[in-house]
Design a binder for this molecule. Sequence first.
Ligand SMILES: *Cc1c(COP(=O)(O)O)cnc(C)c1O
Length: 477
Amino acid sequence: MAASEKPSLPAEQVMDWDQYVSEFQKAAHQAVDWVADYLCDARRYPVVPNMKPGDLVDALPRSGPQRGETLETILSDFDSKIIPAVTHWNHPGFLAYFACTGSTPAIIAEMLAAALNTNGLHWDTSPAVVELEQVTLGWLREWMGVPGDWFGIIYDTASVSSFHAICAAREMVDPDARLNGSSGNLVLYTSEQSHSSIEKGAIAAGIGQLNVRKISADAEFRMNPEALAGAIEQDRSAGKKPFCVVATVGTTSSTSVDPVAAIADVAENHGLWLHVDAAYAGTAAILPECRAILAGIERAHSLVMNPHKWLFTNIDLSAFYTRRPDVLRRAFSLVPEILRASTDPRAIHLMDYGVPLGHRFRALKLWFILRYFGRERLQLILRSHMDWARRIAREIQADSRFEVVAPVPFSVVCFRYKGSDEENRHIFEKVNASGKFFISHTHLGGRYVLRLAIGNLGTNWEDVRAAWEMIQGSRGQ
Ligand SMILES: *Cc1c(COP(=O)(O)O)cnc(C)c1O
């Protein structure tokens, strides 16, 4: 029976509890069946919805319902109204932006975490949240070859992780800023290829956009350490205060890898915090043959990698590591009386290490994923993705009408039709309008470039081949 048919509840309780739970049980089974069906055959949907902005808003009521509705009705509207407006990131033909996919162990863990709704702001409010986060991030840290004494914390996104790194850097170099605000003198360095979240983080931290130096990259889109050293020296002699360098392992456009060790030399020389943004490619360090991408990491101060990119984790989950948790804590800790908690040294209080107070039980899904796949299976999948990327890059290169425009160190291929930007844009639009595949584009070397990113668990080699064939066939008008 729907809540709407029972307007009057006894004054002593707000829900008819048994009925509430049994409605859930029935609808949740239906929802799981829907999910299994969806995962079996996501290909039946166009990857990108065929709609105009505002279509969904117009299709839904302007005001919320006066009376509650049944879960069956809501589920049915989910299928008929919401799904047609969804871009299917879990579609095997999703080859845009970044290799990413959710996975079934994480779906289950998300449901369980939602059922508990437990909040690990400090240890006392949920030991499981705090301790499972330390355990799972410890496993991952070991698999990636990050030093065992680094502290790990989960934030929602890499953008937020990097923002916290920037704040810790400010705390290390200019400890007065916490009290007085930034002097406007601090300067941050990152490559011209780095993710926009770094500049945004500097804006949010009050560093000022004009105090972000974009260091030039080489022909393979890697930050130039000599140019970095030169820029720092120039700022120093102008009376500025360099405080932070952000290197990228797996840049957003081309997935290039900045030379972390050489950048660490420069950062050390000048006493700067070195943050490494490995949001996408950090996952590859799980492979022994890719360990070198993080060479020098022990001399950095912090690292971000996103399990929600290439580690089959449903959004959102960003893993942030630092060897200076003391500085991060100094930057953020502020404890009013109501939040005073256990003083046992093993009781970690996550609220001390960042902006958010509340802390979702994200570690649960990471625990499910790491255990379900295991290290070997993860390595196998990553190797396949990288192998397919290299194979398709060879095929693209073998077609004289196309060219691969950047090295392919991971699972992303950047390439272009040897024609005008306009012609490449036309290919991009035609492929994406097919509904079968979704690719993205970027600019490299001042030219419009197509990008194909492999990383979905449901994608297979045939999908990648078929996407390439469609791209070949989409030239011209
Ligand atoms: C994807 C990405 C980001 C942003 O990630 P969010 O989790 O969406 O904030 C930042 N840096 C790099 C290198 C990325 O690949």
